[in-house]
Design a binder for this molecule. Sequence first.
Ligand code: AMP
Ligand code: GLY
Length: 416
Amino acid sequence: MKTVLVIGGGGREHAIVDALARSPQVSRIYCAPGNAGTGEQAVNVPLKDTDVEGLKAFALEHAVDLTVVGPEASLSAGIVDAFRAEGLRIFGHTAAATRIESSKEFAKQLMSKYGIPTAAYRSFSDYGEAVEYVSRRPFPAVLKYDGLAAGKGVVIASDMQEAREALASMLLDHSFGQGRVVVEDYLEGPEFSFMCFVCGDDVYPMPLSQDHKRAFDGDKGPNTGGMGAYTGLPFITAADREFAYQEIMCKAASGMVSEGCPLSGVLYGGLMKTADGIKVIEFNARFGDPETEVVLPLLQGDAFALFDAVASGSPVGPLEWSDEVTMGVVLASRGYPGHYEKGFGISGIDAAGARVYHMGTALKDGRLVTNGGRVLMPVCKGRSLAEARKKVYEAVSRIQCDNLFYRSDIAHQALK
Ligand code: AMP
Ligand code: GLY
């Protein structure tokens, strides 16, 4: 029987813990730091996801057979390199391979070198040169800080004044750090997420999903970490998916092998279906959140065997996925993604009639309370999206908490 350590503490990690808990091989799961939801299926360990030394010592001491990494911050901190140097098995990319997410310029160069379709771009470190370039181009202008910026490093500027402010914040005030700025063409079309398990040249696709990045209905309001997701995208054809698989995901995987930094975990393609074909908006080097919460429940078969094979470079058999679809709605703290209060009591989860993933919860004196911007995500399956939607919004209505809001239009692009 196997012992597993899952690193991270959000809804993505709860979904990973949940998938591993279904494996007949797994007898013990630790989650660091975890949340109140992971605490029901795993033993939470109070270690930060970037505390590489502490996590390594924990894995050695507790004879962990496999560690599964959720957050990009852990990967960028070199957790995979450090664990492998100790002979510990770990699912996730090396720090060098994680640059496909952590450095926009690295990702852009990879795409241009290996012919992967994406928006044309130029990158700048000098404020004056960036302003000059942007002023000669059409608006909106897409400005991306080149480095990890907690989802806040992309500005779509509609005029020169907005562009100047964003460039000044990124290149003069160094609000996110000392990185460069990528300026790229503005693309239009529906976005979708394509996650694949990747081990070197081998690429195993997961079902497609779609996130909802804006805070409010109608895709209004500020960008968030994601307010809901679903699988079963009617606007992506089988030919689109095959193109995205061959021309984007497989090319990226083999490009990374050629660059000397092979992938060994999840490659997430944030893709857009434009009038001119499918293009990459961004790559991430990890499971998406909230996409993982709607995708992993469809995995049939043993999640431990799958993660273990990817982590060790062994062959992975064909993956089996349920042909149902899923939908999940994020319940977030009022004020998120800006300032919000924590510590509000939550009830009704057991009676919700859904799998409820915890994103930001804690136990306080034995009582379940809110403990983050995104708090809970009920997820339901259905034979159709309409059925999944009906079930998941019923579940939402059964959860009580004084300080939560949610979007009531998840999957609106699919259910017009
Ligand atoms: P990213 O952090 O790169 O995923 O960007 C955040 C969001 O900004 C994306 O989900 C898109 O909605 C939008 N975005 C990023 N790049 C572009 C682009 N080149 N054209 C249009 N929208 C974009
Ligand atoms: N849902 C977007 C992300 O995980 O980056």
